[in-house]
Design a protein around this ligand. Structure first.
Ligand SMILES: [Zn+2]
Length: 85
């Protein structure tokens, strides 16, 4: 009788371990997608080039300070055009 009980507990433990592994795989697949979405929220804010209208990242573009505002340009050509205007 005790033997049957022990076998029953063993089967239960194995089943539990099995489902934990399956849950882990499913959570991993779901978690990977979730993490990608959260990372997308920290996207770089783009600013508009006032000369040609192209959207550029402030960190990777040429800038020109005019008073208390800073304009960003896609290229040196646009910046010199804006200066001349
Ligand atoms: Zn431009």
């Amino acid at each position: 009788m005790i033997k049957i009980l022990l076998i029953g507990i063993l089967v239960l433990m194995v089943a539990r371990a099995f489902w934990r592994v399956v849950d882990g795989i499913l959570d991993g697949a779901r978690g990977g997608n979730k993490g990608g979405n959260e990372r997308g929220g920290s996207a770089v804010k783009l600013v508009r080039d006032p000369v040609c209208g192209t959207y550029v990242a402030p960190t990777a573009s040429l800038s020109l300070s005019a008073g208390d505002t800073t304009h960003y340009f896609c290229s040196e050509q646009c910046r010199s055009k804006y200066r001349a205007a």
